[in-house]
Design a protein around this ligand. Sequence first.
Ligand code: GDD
Ligand code: MG
Length: 364
Amino acid sequence: MKALILVGGFGTRLRPLTLSIPKPLVEFANKPMILHQIEALVKVGVTDVVLAVNYKPEVMASVLKKYEEKFGITITFSVEEEPLGTAGPLALAAHILGKDNDPFFVLNADVTCDYPFKQMLEFHNAHGAEGTILATKVEEPSKYGVIVTEENSPKIKCFVEKPIEFVGNRINAGIYLFNPAILSRIQLRPTSIEKEIFPEMADDEQLYTFDLEGYWMDVGQPKDFIAGTCLYLSNLAKTQPELLTNPATSSFVNGGNVLVHPTAKIGSGCKIGPNVTIGPNVVIGDGVRLSKCVIMEDVVVKSFAFVRNSIVGWHSTVGSWSRLDGITVLGDDVHINDEIYVNGASVLPHKSISANVTEPRIVM
Ligand code: GDD
Ligand code: MG
């Protein structure tokens, strides 16, 4: 089977992390975001993965090419000269997506969930129409694509991208299954699948929706990245608790949902959790308190520091008795001196902070 992952765009909403690496490579729960998706696709038998890129393809290729051999798949980089939107990339890769009559998956690269690909495939084959959109319910639908169906029917009546007025709260989860017939609707030019293709397919009664059970989050901005990490860890606690640090036997876990890379070192008297991920080679000093936060590779958190509701980027240092809070995001190689308070700051790579930042702002 085939799949195309939309990995274009500059990931500006996930800055400062995306100033250093492309969004799909940012580690989510200690693994590049896109690898979660590729692994789930491989599980249902996908062997042909197309990555639709328009930014830094070399970086992505160097990191992802090794997975071809590991998973026994082909990864093709379909590179756009100009951004082709969310539908144009399908036309650019039509020679791969349309090479046989099997349906193919299309994924937004920034969504996390339990990827119910197998169930979607069964549903798609059963209804026989051109497309299936995975749907979830949210409280604030205005920043998503909204799906409207007849009552108790999975057939989509209309699709409204980022509605200004409320039309419903069942939204597009950014995961699709299409028959190759969709390719005849898409031309090789910048095109929005949500605004130009889905409404037409709905009019033709060729679009169905499959409800996602369980968690879902678009992790394309820091607040949602942290929230998505919490949801992912809570799900892991239910499905594969052996991957998390066991609260019953650990001296530092507080409240569960703590994922620690085996190469990380944790000092004594720490209180870590709930909802924390700690990456490779991280060194956590004594008496550190971490909750609802992401600590990336090679970070040093010195003794008695406090980090909550924040992301600490690669190679950064948090000084002793310092405190990060309020969705602070440190880019690559940021250094926070001892006894500093940082609230809601977004700190660009390679900066040192030696004075308190008490209100949310960008530090450059
Ligand atoms: N190759 C390529 N080229 N990819 C692109 C381009 C492009 O020009 N523009 C955007 N993408 C990719 C992004 O990398 C992302 O994976 C996906 O297309 C969706 O773009 P976003 O910028 O993240 O869109 P959104 O989050 O505002 O809305 C989309 O996702 C929602 C779910 O999270 C829409 O599909 C909504 O309908 C949906 O509800
Ligand atoms: Mg998005």
